[in-house]
Ligand binder design. Structure first.
Ligand SMILES: [Zn+2]
Ligand SMILES: [Zn+2]
Length: 367
């Protein structure tokens, strides 16, 4: 390969500045690479859609995806909760099956995705001790989840530039394997980025206009505090009985998506699903399948669902520790669903009738 030609790996750099000497380069330390990626994640931005007419304050803050007061505080013990997001070290030490680890409530669930002013102003209606669930408040929960997902997707994309260096010191064959894998991975992340940008745009338009006619929600209130809080969004592929809702393929657009927020208010956990679009599409069908679950099983089904669908979830430490080893292993398996190592399957969504909570329902709101 000519030294001034574009490198074979697709980085866009000249061969001489990229892979020409890679075999002889010092191998990159995987923990250093992780630190570099974490540093990239700290670069934030404000998710507010119209900073021209409503200017940002200068400081981007660590915005909580789950309310710190109430939500995280209610499940924390000695200032800590457990996070399901593994570190590289744990991924390697556990051979890809990491357990939840402790994290302080100040850094749990945060992302630098809003300026101070917009974070405070936008979410004020859902920060109080009591929040009545209606289309306007449910919309704000969903908006926060979508802003978070967009941020997380961009961070994933940025992280690939660091991962491209992981083949330093490797044989040419291994370099090829790593770079080919990253290329496939990158095109998948880019598809995801386009999706999430489209969802965010739908939510932005409705945030600014106040239109809520095609926004729908289902909010379920439990009689106590569940040992879990979460915030995220996903494509519903199966309903909670394992029935297929939409088959996801690459590059095809316009899948239904749904947001989920689980937090607590006034000594009770609330779970809010929200989506833009039809009441009877895949997202609507997903929400109604959850509504149909017997009240006494809803908490367990919700827990299962959160482990399956988001890694932005946080647990009460003593609850996790109190579970039988086999239960913990089962939850850890669910967390790997839909990743490179484990494809989703319908039966993962089916209620296994195991009980890890005994909460029941005190109220359901929808609209
Ligand atoms: Zn290269
Ligand atoms: Zn702002």
């Amino acid at each position: 390969m000519g030294r001034n030609e574009q490198c074979w790996c697709g980085s866009g750099l000249k061969y001489k500045k990229c892979h020409s000497d890679r075999e002889r380069q010092a191998p990159i330390n995987i923990f250093e690479a992780e630190q570099k990626m974490i540093a990239l994640l700290r670069e934030g931005y404000c998710s507010h859609p119209d900073p021209d007419s409503d200017p940002c304050s200068p400081r981007i803050i660590k915005a909580h995806t789950v309310q710190k007061k109430g939500g995280l505080a209610e499940i924390s013990e000695a200032g800590h909760v457990l996070t399901a997001k593994p570190s590289m070290k744990e991924m390697m030490e556990s051979q890809g099956k990491p357990s939840p680890r402790k994290v302080g409530v100040n850094s749990a669930s945060v992302f630098p995705g809003f300026c101070n002013k917009h974070d405070t102003a936008l979410f004020k209606p859902i920060e109080g001790e009591t929040v009545s669930l209606n289309k306007d408040t449910a919309f704000l929960f969903s908006y926060r989840a979508i802003a978070y997902e967009r941020f997380a997707k961009e961070a994933q994309l940025k992280g690939i530039s660091v991962q491209r260096e992981l083949d330093r010191g490797c044989s040419f064959l291994l370099q090829r394997m790593i770079q080919t894998h990253l290329k496939t991975y990158e095109s998948g992340v880019k598809v995801g980025m386009r999706d999430v940008d489209r969802w965010k745009k739908q939510f932005d338009e409705r945030l600014l206009s106040g239109a809520r006619d095609d926004f729908h929600f289902l909010a379920v209130r439990f009689d106590r505090i569940l040992p879990i809080v979460a915030c995220g969004a996903f494509h519903p592929e199966y309903d909670v009985q394992g029935k297929p809702l939409q088959r996801l393929g690459r590059n095809s657009a316009d899948y239904d998506h749904i947001t989920v927020n689980v937090t607590s208010l006034n000594g009770q956990t609330i779970s809010v699903f929200g989506w833009v679009g039809s009441e009877v599409g895949a997202a609507g069908a997903f929400a109604s399948s959850f509504a149909r679950v017997a009240d006494g099983r809803k908490a367990d089904v919700l827990l299962r669902l959160l482990f399956l669908q988001t890694d932005n979830l946080f647990l009460r430490p003593s609850w996790w520790e109190s579970l039988q080893t086999s239960r913990r292993a089962a939850f850890t398996e669910l967390m790997m669903s839909g990743t490179l190592t484990r494809r989703r399957s319908a039966n993962e969504f089916v209620d296994d009738q195991e009980s890890v909570t005994s909460a029941t329902i005190v109220g359901i709101d929808s609209g």
